[in-house]
Design a binder for this molecule. Structure first.
Ligand SMILES: [Zn+2]
Length: 247
């Protein structure tokens, strides 16, 4: 299973850096996991619109799904031109009210309600959803290939759901929105500090921790140092275009 980082900055882009989005590949399967602002442009260096198998949105905050609104047009045009026959399923939680419906567009894209505790087959990948603690319905997402297990936090404050989702992951892609100096902002807004992300990885026994969803205004090296100070295993920053082979 191959993971490519497409974007990692939140909750708005920084110069030269897109909002969160990730591409997971196994065989001919292409899964787009979240798609904030700027992600589609990055994705095209690795995957054509025609070749996408499915999309998963961890939750419907705009830094995670804004680009899905224009992905609707891309898939619609692909089908009109005969470059793609099938519509594109988009798995996302059933809320907030009025937003999931935006993911269904003509015959091009189709919202599929994602339910915590449920697992679905997406081509050669098995995708499961775990409820995490954020102000709107949000899932951590576990992706399993033939070999390899990826856990993605979505956005979440500290909680057992998040630790459960990360159990046994070869790679934990974990939000690390805040730094220690702003730790008082983390729990009230439903986010983690980099220090907490490292503790989640340790508690869950994750093989490798990749920090993502770091505030656009931060010096990311500070986040990395704070996580490394408490982590028991390898930690690194998400970097656009970086590829991981799992399993
Ligand atoms: Zn976010």
């Amino acid at each position: 299973m191959k993971l490519t980082i497409l974007g990692h900055t939140a909750p708005f882009p920084a110069p030269g850096r897109a909002c969160p989005g990730y591409l997971v590949e196994e065989g001919s399967t292409r899964l787009l996991l979240d798609a904030g602002n700027g992600v589609l442009e990055r994705m095209l260096a690795h995957c054509r619109y025609e070749d996408l198998t499915a999309v998963v949105a961890s939750h419907l905050h705009f830094d995670h799904f804004a680009d899905l609104l224009v992905l609707r047009y891309a898939i619609d045009v692909c089908r009109a031109l005969g470059d793609r026959r099938q519509g594109l399923p988009v798995y996302a939680p059933a809320g907030p009210a009025g937003l999931p419906e935006l993911l269904t567009y003509k015959e091009a894209t189709r919202w599929v309600p994602a339910t915590a505790g449920e697992a679905v087959d997406v081509g050669d990948l098995r995708v499961s959803f775990v409820a995490v603690d954020h102000p709107i319905p949000t899932h951590a997402v576990i992706v399993e290939g033939e070999r390899g297990r990826l856990a993605y936090s979505g956005d979440s404050r500290w909680g057992e759901g998040l630790i459960q989702a990360a159990q046994g992951a070869d790679l934990l892609l974990c939000e690390a929105t805040f730094q220690d100096r702003d730790r008082h902002l983390a729990a009230p807004t439903g986010h983690l500090t980099a220090t907490e992300a490292a503790r989640v990885a340790d508690r869950a026994g994750a093989g490798r921790l990749v920090l993502t969803h770091i505030q656009a205004f931060y010096d990311r090296e500070v986040s990395l140092a704070e996580a490394q100070a408490v982590a028991g295993g390898p930690v690194e920053l998400a970097e656009e275009g970086r590829v991981y082979h799992l399993g």
